[in-house]
Design a protein around this ligand. Sequence first.
Ligand code: ADP
Length: 257
Amino acid sequence: SANIRGKQSGGRIGLNVKNIIAVGAGKGGVGKSTVAASLAYALQQFGARVGLVDADVYGPSIPHLVGTSEKPVAQEFQNKDGQAVTRIVPVEARGLKVMSMAFFVEPDQAVIWRGPMLHKAITQFLQDTEWGELDYLIIDMPPGTGDVSLTLSQLIDLAGAVVVCSPQKVALLDAVKAVQMFRQVKIPVLGIVENMSGDVFGRGGAQEKGKELQIPCLGEIPMNAEIREKSDSGNISELLTEGLESQQYLLKVAENT
Ligand code: ADP
């Protein structure tokens, strides 16, 4: 079970989540958010209670991918000492609890986040949000940078990180950097997912790089028109529909994670 360490109060504030998993990538556009959201829905299909945090400040796309236009609301709760506290209730998208940077900024607004602001936002997502009891909290990380990872490693005990990459050589080099970044902040890397695997970009690079880094490859997700369509139209949960080709790839990634 993960616990938020309350730095100022000195006490420990319980976040009732069994496993917190960060999903990162060395660069944008490799399908990190798509993998994060489909991992969340796949775990849900296994019967788990799941939350998804969109911490990708540079391009928060989770609300779009899961097809929600709702905003989270603030509500009063009683803490364990019986005091009233205001907490944020996450949005629900087909059973998945969701929080996103996108809820708090206007679309198309260029956001420049400085370290302290970033730290504050992430802390609110974890500490001031009423997640309830969860088996998994998936965190869609911003690509590349170490700021958010550092904040997370200071606040909570993560089960580990999943690194998403595409099979091209350059993308793999970026993935190696992402792996090193997580290791630097002492977040264990659970494995690499090769996305957009297939004819155009090649295949099997993640497997090879994984061996070099002594990290398992959690799965290869091919370039697939359905994945693009369903994620672009906000129906990513439908990729987990029984019998679809995408379902088998995505369940396998979740199983291996
Ligand atoms: P990132 O979070 O790494 O920036 P996204 O998850 O937003 O990337 O994906 C970028 C684009 O690629 C989206 O339009 C998405 O629908 C598409 N995409 C992601 N994975 C696949 C895939 N396996 N096959 C086809 N399209 C994909």
